[in-house]
Write a protein that binds this ligand. Structure first.
Ligand SMILES: Nc1ncnc2c1ncn2[C@@H]1O[C@H](COP(=O)(O)OP(=O)(O)OP(=O)(O)O)[C@@H](O)[C@H]1O
Length: 279
C-alpha cells in the first residue's frame, strides 16, 4: 500500500464514469482541492456525490490518470491514508452485536493511538460501558465515528454520516475535524445535506448536478451570489437553496412532464412486490 505524500491534495481530471448498466454516472468532472482544505460537496439527491467519493477513495475503478490523491492513483495503490466513511461502513453489522466499546476501538487500532482514542471518546461523549446491541442510533453512530477517525488519516471522505448526531455532538465533531486540518497535513471532503452551523467550516465548495460539477472553488468566491443574508449560516443555506432550485428548474421533475410522465394508472400491473392486499 502506498502512502499519500505529505501534501494530500485531491485532483480529478476530466473524469467521466459509466455504471455497469451503461448509464452515465459522472461527466467530465475536474476538481482541484488543495492539501489542508475542507470541502463541502453539495448537490440534490442523485447528483453524483457518492459516485464521486467512491471513485476518489479507490472503491470504484476510475479511468487511468483521472484521479490523484496525494500524488497517487487511489485504486492502483490502495492508499493507506485515505478514509472513506459512507453507508456501507455505517451498515457494518458488528456494531449491532453485544460487544463493548473498548473492544471495538481496540479492533481498529485504538491501542496504537491512545491519545486520539481518548480525545474522540471525550469529544463524541461516548460511554465506555455501552454495549452496542443496546444503544440508540445516534450513540451507535458516535462510536462508529470514533472507530472511523481513530487512525490518523490524510484524506477523509465523509458521505453524509452525521444525520443521527444531536446538534452538540455534530458541532463537536465538526470542530474536531477543523482542528485536524489546522494541526497536521490532511484534507477533508464532506457530502452533506445538513448545513446547520456549517457556515464557518468549509474552505471550499463543490456544487454537483446530474453527474457534473457546476461550480467549485474557495467559499469566498461564492459570497456575492447571495445578495441578502441575516447571518453567515443563512448565507450558506441561501446559496445552496438557490443552487438546488436552479438544478430542479433545469432538470424538471424526476417523473417527467406531459407524455413522458408515468402515472399510477399507467403503472398498474407493473412490478408487484407481494404487497397487494389479500382478504
Ligand atoms: N450502481 C448504479 N447503477 C446505475 N445507476 C446508479 C448506480 N448507483 C447510483 N446510480 C445513479 O447515479 C446517480 C447518482 O447517484 P449517487 O449515489 O452518486 O448520488 P448522490 O448525489 O450521492 O445522492 P444522495 O444525495 O441521494 O446520496 C443517481 O441517479 C443514481 O440513481
Amino acid at each position: 500500500m502506498a502512502e499519500t505524500n505529505n501534501k494530500p491534495s485531491i485532483e480529478v481530471r476530466d473524469l467521466s464514469y459509466k455504471f455497469q448498466d451503461g448509464s452515465d454516472g459522472l461527466e467530465n468532472v475536474t476538481l482541484d482541492l488543495p492539501a489542508g482544505s475542507r470541502t463541502l460537496l453539495i448537490g440534490a439527491n442523485g447528483a453524483g456525490k457518492t459516485t464521486l467519493l467512491r471513485l476518489v477513495s479507490g472503491k470504484r475503478l476510475a479511468p487511468s490518470n483521472t484521479v490523484s490523491v496525494g500524488g497517487n492513483d487511489p485504486f492502483k495503490h490502495g492508499l493507506e491514508g485515505v478514509t472513506y466513511l459512507g453507508v456501507e461502513w455505517v451498515l457494518n453489522s458488528i456494531v449491532r452485536t453485544d460487544i463493548d466499546v473498548p473492544t471495538l476501538l481496540a479492533s481498529v487500532g485504538g491501542n496504537a493511538y491512545p491519545e486520539r482514542r481518548d480525545e474522540l471518546v471525550e469529544i463524541l461523549d461516548i460511554d465506555l460501558r455501552w454495549r452496542m446491541h443496546a444503544v440508540s442510533d445516534g450513540e451507535r453512530r458516535r462510536v462508529q465515528l470514533a472507530m472511523g477517525l481513530l487512525r490518523p488519516w490524510q484524506v477523509l471522505l465523509l458521505d453524509e454520516i452525521t444525520v443521527d448526531l444531536d446538534l452538540l455532538s455534530r458541532s463537536n465533531f465538526l470542530a474536531f475535524l477543523k482542528r485536524e486540518t489546522a494541526s497536521r497535513p490532511c484534507t477533508i471532503v464532506y457530502a452533506t445535506h445538513i448545513l446547520d452551523n456549517l457556515a464557518q467550516w468549509p474552505t471550499h465548495l463543490v456544487h454537483m448536478h446530474l453527474g457534473k460539477v457546476k461550480a467549485c472553488g474557495p467559499v469566498e468566491r461564492f459570497h456575492d451570489q447571495v445578495p441578502q443574508w441575516t447571518s453567515e449560516n443563512s448565507r450558506l443555506g441561501e446559496l445552496v437553496l438557490k443552487w438546488l432550485k436552479e438544478d430542479l428548474q433545469s432538470r424538471g421533475p424526476r417523473n417527467g412532464r406531459g407524455t413522458e410522465a408515468k402515472t399510477y394508472q399507467s403503472l398498474e400491473g407493473v412490478g408487484g412486490y407481494g404487497l397487494e392486499k389479500h382478504d
